[in-house]
Design a protein around this ligand. Structure first.
Ligand SMILES: Cc1cc2nc3c(=O)[nH]c(=O)nc-3n(C[C@H](O)[C@H](O)[C@H](O)COP(=O)(O)O)c2cc1C
Length: 175
């Protein structure tokens, strides 16, 4: 049994050790795991609990390779076993800022869940320059707006570094 202190530390460890993964092995990711990642995304908070997120799983080679061509992160998508395209349903929105913040929380949950499940993932945003082309490729109506593509796979290699500013640099004031 985990005591409360261990549980807290376990969650913080997952937050601190997650890294963006852009290179993957050939090992396929089971659909159950992709659904688990999506489910974790849906447990993000949203204003009025309106849950504006919608998802498309892309595993099939031809579609994934066509998706890859729409971003500078082409190699990442080509290497990934799967991608999850994350859309906001414009018809479900009630407040632009709050709805997009909820989408960010959803996507963060997804990449963190992938990490906890032993997978690697990366949040891809550069592809948003081609939102219309993504909708055409996936045969989706314009009421769905792409917010990110999450590439998922088993990480290739070990060492991944990242950095953050120290809290003392970004904490503006304390009253
Ligand atoms: C809104 C957003 C867009 C991003 N777009 C891309 C992208 O298009 N390609 C990519 O390789 N990484 C992308 N990333 C990942 C960031 O580069 C990465 O999170 C950042 O460099 C910190 O690294 P870390 O996640 O390993 O800590 C994006 C992240 C966010 C939040």
């Amino acid at each position: 049994m985990f005591c409360i202190e261990q549980k807290k530390q376990a969650l913080l460890d997952e937050i601190y050790t997650r890294r963006s993964v852009r290179q993957y092995t050939d090992r396929p990711v089971k659909r159950d795991l992709l659904v688990e990642i999506i489910n974790a995304g849906t447990w993000a908070p949203s204003g009025l609990n309106n849950q504006p997120w919608r998802f498309v799983i892309i595993q099939e080679g031809e579609v994934r390779l066509a998706l890859a061509k729409l971003t500078q992160s082409q190699k990442t998508i080509e290497s990934a076993s799967a991608c999850i395209a994350v859309f906001i349903d414009k018809e479900a929105m009630y407040h632009e800022m709050k709805d997009f913040l909820a989408m960010g929380a959803c996507i963060q949950n997804m990449i963190l869940a992938a990490h906890v499940l032993g997978l690697g993932a990366v949040w891809l945003g550069e592809i948003l320059k081609n939102t219309d082309k993504v909708n055409s490729l996936l045969e989706l109506p314009e009421t769905l707006l792409l917010t990110a593509v999450v590439a998922v796979g088993y990480p290739f290699g070990q060492k991944r570094t990242s950095s953050r500013r120290d809290v003392s640099e970004i904490l503006l004031k304390e009253y």
